[in-house]
Design a binder for this molecule. Structure first.
Ligand code: SR1
Ligand code: MG
Length: 392
């Protein structure tokens, strides 16, 4: 669906003045200032303050912010995000921002301002690899993914959710930017000349392209659970406290899809953090990131096992399949973040030499993950993600 077709009659782009009226009913005291704090690829994000409190207003734009008005984008993603937060809040309320209101006419959500938090990606980049974030996220993933799957959710509830989350407009972006463009000649790709040869290998390796096409088919057709759909380290906020109080944000790509997709994206982003630290000579930080990746998987499996009902005697088979998927989707996410349109700051902000080393390491990891046989355990997945890398 194009943005023009689903633009509500009263829709208007908010600014730092008009957003105050939207926030006011949810703010203690009089709204007195607003600033636009979004640096993402898609939306406007405002922080509105009174003298006593603050809230966030997130508004979807009818086009892709990263590309401009020439790339229209459905506003329905705002509804999808608000509804996904509501569904998830029944399963893991402590890991989400609180939603105060969804304003359908404006495609805007008013929500809790996590002002004491910062993006997990930023804290990882700063080398502040806090214990506990990954464990909280592993538990979150198990609760919301198994909780919305046929293992725990009754069919009559699940089919309703599948319909509510059937819009595939944002999936088309994912299918294009994750599964297609990085393995083709595409205008949206952004390839650093220093890694042009490795990028070309992605476009010419037949077994790799076959695997990528198969995983694209699986992504499009395996409606296992309500997945977040874009669960990278910039979709998580954390506090600099003993309890990092991880919160998952931005589920606008939510859809019924394969469980391993969310897990793979998170593991891929940790692997890219690992590569960036290693390439920059920060081996202690890299080791800590590897520990978080292992903790993520451990927490996911422990929580999954505790939730798994006795009437379903196939938990080992589930884990085996999800681990295999996780590794391959991680490979796809790693490849696209190096040669595709949307980059990760962990790698992009490195000095030239280190960036080239990290990018090469990420691409090697991506190929190894995509082409490996079924992994025995998570350690094998991680070893592939950081495969064959010799950083000086
Ligand atoms: C076109 S939007 C680019 C990327 O930003 C989002 O966060 C998703 O990862 C998407 O692929
Ligand atoms: Mg996002």
């Amino acid at each position: 669906m194009t943005a023009d077709l689903d633009r509500p009659l009263g829709y208007r782009e908010l600014d730092t003045t008009t957003v105050c009226d939207v926030a006011q009913p949810f703010l203690a005291g009089t709204a007195r200032s607003a600033e636009e704090v979004g640096d993402g690829n898609l939306n406007l994000i405002f922080r509105v303050r009174s003298s006593e409190a603050s809230v966030i207003v997130k508004q979807a734009l009818p086009y892709l912010r990263l590309a401009g008005e020439g790339w229209p984008l459905t506003l329905d993603r705002a509804r999808i995000e608000a509804e996904a937060l509501r569904v998830y809040s029944h399963l893991a309320p402590e890991r989400l921002p609180k939603v105060h209101s969804f304003e359908p006419e404006l495609a805007a959500t008013v929500m809790e301002d996590l002002s004491g938090h910062r993006l997990w990606r930023q804290s990882l980049m700063d080398g502040d690899v806090r214990d506990g974030v990954a464990a909280q996220l592993g538990e979150f993933c198990a609760r919301v993914l198994i909780g919305t799957s046929a293992v725990l959710m009754p069919s009559e509830e699940r089919v309703v959710l599948q319909l509510r989350f059937s819009g595939r407009d944002l999936c088309a972006i994912t299918e294009d930017l994750v599964f297609t463009a990085p393995f083709s000649v595409a205008d949206s790709n952004r390839i650093d000349p220093a890694i042009a040869d490795a990028a070309e290998q992605l476009r010419t390796d037949r077994p790799l392209k076959q695997m990528v096409a198969f995983m694209r088919f699986c992504f499009a057709s395996r409606a296992e659970a309500l997945i977040h759909g874009d669960l990278h380290t910039g979709s998580v906020m954390v506090r600099d406290d003993r309890d990092p109080d991880a919160r998952v944000i931005d589920p606008e790509f939510a859809v019924y899809g394969p469980i391993g997709f969310d897990l793979g994206l998170l593991v891929a982003n940790l692997a890219m953090s690992w590569h960036s630290h290693h390439a920059a000579g920060r081996s202690a930080a890299a080791t800590a990131v590897a520990g978080e990746a292992a903790a993520f998987w451990q927490s996911f499996t422990v929580t999954s096992s505790s939730l798994w009902p006795q009437r379903e005697p196939w938990f080992p088979r589930f884990l085996h399949q999800v681990l295999d998927d996780c590794g391959r989707y991680a490979g796809l996410e790693m490849a696209r973040r190096i040669v595709g349109m949307a980059k990760v700051a962990d790698v992009e902000t490195l000095p030239d030499d280190a960036r080239t080393r990290a990018a090469g390491g990420v691409l090697t990891g991506a190929k190894t993950l995509l082409l490996g046989g079924p992994p025995r355990d998570f350690a094998e997945v991680w070893d592939r993600a950081v495969a064959d890398v010799t950083y000086n």
